[in-house]
Ligand binder design. Sequence first.
Ligand code: ADP
Ligand code: ADP
Ligand code: ZN
Length: 217
Amino acid sequence: MQLILLGPPGAGKGTQAARIGAEFKIPPISTGDMFREAIKKQTPLGEQVERYMKAGELVPDELVLGIVRERLAAPDTAQGFLLDGFPRTVPQAVALDQHLTEKGQALTAVINIEVDPEILVARLSGRRICQDCGEVYHVVTKREQKPGVCDRCQGPLIQREDDYEATVRNRLAVYARQTAPLIAYYRETGLLMTVDGAQSIDDVYQAIVTGIRQRVG
Ligand code: ADP
Ligand code: ADP
Ligand code: ZN
């Protein structure tokens, strides 16, 4: 099963990805997480992408496609995968189509999580993530048990630099300009499935699972 999670920053893609991946036994793949990991480890890729991420701009397509191709070559993707945060531009979507065709795979569904911009700003400004494992929290809607400490791995919770308000606004504009066109792109292929992302985390999850089950029969 080859799935894509599409939606603006703050829609809840990362929050849903781990559970959906576990449900359908496919690895969740987040390009944002891979880039953050590369920055933390100070790899050459990390150094190349850091300034784009800090500014809330997209990383150039060729850098993104490089890590995605490498990741999709790993054996754990043989039975499928769940992409979170990729593709984000039409050229990335075209390259993914080509790559899948070469591998004899096809997309199963593209799950578009829809949320109003005002809600997105509140979600992003309250988002906290675990520095060690990337688990996602929110100061109001998804609190950790022990203040400042990850429930899963005890790592420290931090605010992403690109979640500061000035950058958030730019990221929403970048989404509208460069990523939102993918909604029409995938609607045309008949793969698009839209989910109301303003519901509770559990209800969004249920809507996604139900939608996928209907699609795969
Ligand atoms: P994305 O990966 O799409 O950018 P996240 O999954 O990181 O989004 O979620 C953004 C923020 O919103 C996080 O702080 C998360 O805890 C919170 N959040 C996610 N889904 C919901 C929801 N359905 N209701 C309320 N808060 C949510
Ligand atoms: P969010 O879901 O909150 O937007 P992500 O973790 O998916 O955050 O992405 C964080 C940043 O990483 C983006 O703002 C962008 O700079 C970079 N990035 C992640 N995925 C891509 C991609 N597919 N194409 C270009 N840039 C990307
Ligand atoms: Zn953690």
